[in-house]
Every structure is written in structure tokens, then in C-alpha cells.
Design a protein. Structure first.
Length: 268
């Protein structure tokens, strides 16, 4: 399996806090059947910005050396979990190679949990005009997407992709998130499943248990694509293997919509 979303590099964000913890996380991932893992440290969140690129590269080199020394058969790749910010387009133009996953056209982006910035359609259009394909990280945990899934449906129709957390399907974030993850799955909203691992304890890099649960819902082959074929396509800079047409949630009696805050996003 390939874990497309992790915070395994140490000392960069709220993920691993030491090289030793990174190594333990890698051991857990290998035992779980993960052979490739993408390190996606936060960018433009809590004052962590593109100026820290060298810190990322240093942490990567240290971990790669330690993986080899400890005979841990994990292949490490670099990306970022990019927080939506007012100057994202400018940063992409300056630091694209260091922000996308493995120098591909795919960019993992995250929203605040409680709201979506206004003008996001326009921002995604600008990103895609630059040849970038946004992957929304864990939309099942965002309040707006959870309660107004038609808004997420609009993003998917534009060509935006999504990555759900493995823990979301297992109830790690609560019942409402689990319900949203499974509804999104049933509507073909999910293209990747990643661990979003942050440590070796409560948020460890494991995918297998979620995959078993997904196999019961969408079948073994489709579940496999979410943790292997589609992530591999990202690493190779290729088109998705599994990309079914999203279903309109308004046709589902289980969906509902309420008005939620969409905050203004200042643009320079």
C-alpha cells in the first residue's frame, strides 16, 4: 500500500517530534503493509511557510538514512499539506516543485475544519489553469462539506480530487465524521485514503484496517485503487486509475443542506 498523507518527518509541524518517533512510525507502517509513504508537512499553517524547504529536505535525508540503517523497507516521497492561503497562486509559481507531491501535478490542500473561504471555486480554477490538480485533504472532517455535500460535489465536477483519512472510516474522529466519510464513499467522492499520521500512538500510519472495511462496501478491487493504484498514479504524475463519476448528493434522501459560514479570503 501507499500512504499519500503523513506527518512522518520530525520537528517540522505537529507530527513526529523526533527522529526516533519517525523511525517508530515507519516500522508501524511497514508492519501494516505500507511500502511507500509520502511525507506531507503542513505549509502556510501556524507560520510554517515555503522558507522552510531546506528544513524539509534535511529531515527527509535524515529519515532516509535511518530507514536504511534500520532495514525498514519503506520508500519515502515528499509533498506538502498546503493550507489554503491568500497568496497560494504566487507561492505555487515560486515553489511549485517543493509543494506538489513528488514533483507531480498533484497538490494536497487543506481547509480549516469549520469553514470554507469564499472564492474557492475561482482559486481552484486558477490552480488548474497552472496545471495543478488539487486534492482536498480529509473533506469528511470539514463542517461545510459534511453538511453541504453538494458544495463538494461542485468541486469534484470541476476536476478536484479528495483524500479521506483511514481513521475516519473507523470512527477515530467521531460518529458524524464516519457517517460523512461513508456517504462520500457511496457517492464516489473519494479518490485516495491516507493515514494522516502524526505519531506512533493515537494517529499512527496504518491503512489496512480501513481497507478491510472499505472492501466490504465497494469491493476488493475498488478499495485497492484508493491505497495503491491511484496513489501510484500521483507519484508517477499520471491520470487516476479509479475515477468514477461523482453522484449528485441531492438525489440521496440522506443528504441535507444548511447555511454555514463561508469566510472572506483576502487576496493580494
Amino acid at each position: 500500500m501507499i500512504d499519500i498523507h503523513s506527518h512522518i518527518l520530525s520537528g517540522l509541524d505537529d507530527g513526529a517530534q523526533s527522529l526516533e518517533e519517525s523511525i517508530e512510525m515507519a516500522k508501524i507502517a511497514a508492519e501494516d503493509g505500507i511500502t511507500k509513504i509520502v511525507a506531507t508537512p503542513h505549509m502556510f499553517r501556524n507560520n510554517f511557510d515555503g522558507k522552510n524547504i531546506e528544513e524539509i529536505n534535511k529531515a527527509r535525508r535524515e529519515l532516509e538514512a535511518s530507514l536504511q540503517e534500520n532495514d525498514i523497507e519503506i520508500e519515502l516521497f515528499i509533498g506538502a499539506e498546503v493550507h489554503i492561503s491568500h497568496n497560494l497562486i504566487d507561492e505555487i509559481k515560486k515553489n511549485r516543485t517543493n509543494m506538489v507531491i513528488n514533483s507531480s501535478q498533484y497538490l494536497l490542500v487543506e481547509f480549516p475544519m469549520s469553514h470554507i473561504f469564499s472564492g474557492i471555486r475561482e482559486l481552484f480554477f486558477e490552480l488548474m489553469s497552472e496545471g495543478i490538480i488539487p486534492i482536498i485533504a480529509h473533506p469528511e472532517r470539514n463542517r461545510v462539506f459534511m453538511e453541504s455535500p453538494s458544495f463538494l460535489f461542485e468541486m469534484l465536477r470541476m476536476g478536484v480530487l479528495t483524500q479521506a483519512n483511514s481513521g475516519s472510516f473507523l470512527g477515530f474522529y467521531g460518529r458524524r465524521v464516519a457517517e460523512a466519510a461513508n456517504r462520500f464513499l457511496s457517492w464516489n467522492f473519494i479518490h485516495f485514503v491516507g493515514s494522516d499520521s502524526h505519531n506512533e500512538r493515537s494517529m499512527a500510519p496504518r491503512l489496512s484496517e480501513a481497507v478491510y472495511a472499505l472492501e466490504k462496501k465497494i469491493g476488493q478491487d475498488s478499495a485497492r485503487t484508493l491505497v495503491l493504484d491511484n496513489p501510484q498514479a500521483v507519484l508517477d504524475g499520471q491520470e487516476m486509475v479509479y475515477h468514477p463519476e461523482p453522484e449528485n448528493p441531492e438525489k440521496d434522501s440522506k443528504s441535507f443542506k444548511i447555511n454555514l459560514p463561508i469566510f472572506n479570503r483576502k487576496r493580494k
